[in-house]
Design a protein around this ligand. Structure first.
Ligand code: CP
Length: 320
């Protein structure tokens, strides 16, 4: 999928990536174009470029992560940046050290960029106000997961000609999903139509003001869709009464092989981790039209692009 070069800037007018609310279609296209270039690096025998030599990236993960943590670490390494990695377990957070003090001590080791995942919405915004580092949000509570949405739209772009008129359905617990929120922002900015589908208990009231369509019927969502994105059911929320049982959730909102047969062009995405047999039937996870592992591969390329474009000294003067 080619970008409209006329509307694509050559650098980002942002100092941080906190969410996608102030990223224009041109900004997103620049990230996607840059990621495509880095994606080709990942297929070379030597998967490394010297682009960020001399830059130090601190990966601060206060919440569990497999994909995001590993791919940010790999992305920084592929760009020849140095990295330090922090996980909440085993750290001095257990001794009562605050987020700000933890960050300031890590930055005192002379880090240029901070990648942060935290359970509190707004934690990356807070650190962007109280430290000098470039901040990249790797997921903050139910608020935002911007690099997930960017890798998702990059993956979609490999299968489509244009986002104009593309129809994407997001199925599941929208209320608690930072992935849904960031994907709505990215997809609407690029001109795609978005349908949200799930139990009434999992869809915030009046979310239509974001320019999305809402349905509680999976068949209606799939009938409208070129691409369906299933969200992880947060098993830790089972006691909140959001749905009667995992089996009933799967019966009403799980994507099955019958759905795949009824919609022969439908592509299936999932941010991971997948609960096999809940959001997606076991065979759908491994279906030829499930592009879940492409999402993971593209995650490295997108995170390389974000680190490269936000590295100190690269942004335009308009950056905050
Ligand atoms: N998609 C995603 O954020 O996965 P992780 O929690 O494993 O990073």
């Amino acid at each position: 999928m080619a970008s409209d070069a006329q509307d694509t800037p050559s650098s980002l007018p942002h100092r941080h990536l906190l969410d996608l609310s102030d990223y224009s279609a041109g900004d997103i296209r620049l990230i996607l174009d840059t990621a495509r270039e880095f994606r080709s690096v990942l297929d070379r025998p030597i998967k490394k470029v010297p682009t960020l030599q001399g830059t130090t990236v601190a990966n601060m993960f206060f919440e569990p992560s497999t994909r995001t943590k590993l791919s940010f670490g790999l992305a920084a390494g592929r760009l020849s940046a140095e990295t330090i990695s922090f996980s909440k377990s085993g750290s001095s957070v257990k001794k009562g050290e605050t987020l700000r003090d933890t960050a300031e001590n890590i930055l005192a080791m002379k880090c240029d960029m901070v990648v942060i995942r935290h359970s509190s919405p707004g934690a990356p915004h807070y650190l962007s106000r109280v430290t000098d580092a470039v901040l990249v949000n790797a997921g903050d509570g139910a608020h935002a997961h911007p690099t997930q949405a960017l890798l998702d739209v990059l993956t979609m772009s490999e299968h489509i000609d244009t986002f104009d008129g593309l129809h994407v359905s997001i199925i599941g617990d929208i209320t608690h999903s930072r992935v849904a929120r960031s994907n709505i922002q990215a997809l609407r900015t690029l001109g795609a139509e978005v349908t949200l589908c799930g139990p009434r208990t999992m869809i915030p009231p009046q979310i239509e003001h974001l320019g999305v369509h809402v349905t509680h019927h999976l068949d209606e969502a799939l009938d409208r869709s070129d691409i369906v994105m299933a969200l992880r059911i947060q098993l830790e929320r089972q006691d909140e009464g959001l749905f009667p049982s995992l089996r009933e959730y799967h019966d009403r909102f799980g994507i099955t092989t019958e759905h795949m047969e009824a919609h022969p062009d439908l592509l299936v995405m999932h941010p991971g981790p997948v609960n096999r047999g809940v959001e997606l039937a076991h065979d759908v996870v491994d279906h030829e039209r499930a592009i879940i592992l492409s999402q993971v591969t593209n995650g490295v390329a997108v995170r390389m692009a974000v680190l490269y474009l936000l590295a100190p000294g690269r942004q335009t003067d308009a950056a905050e």
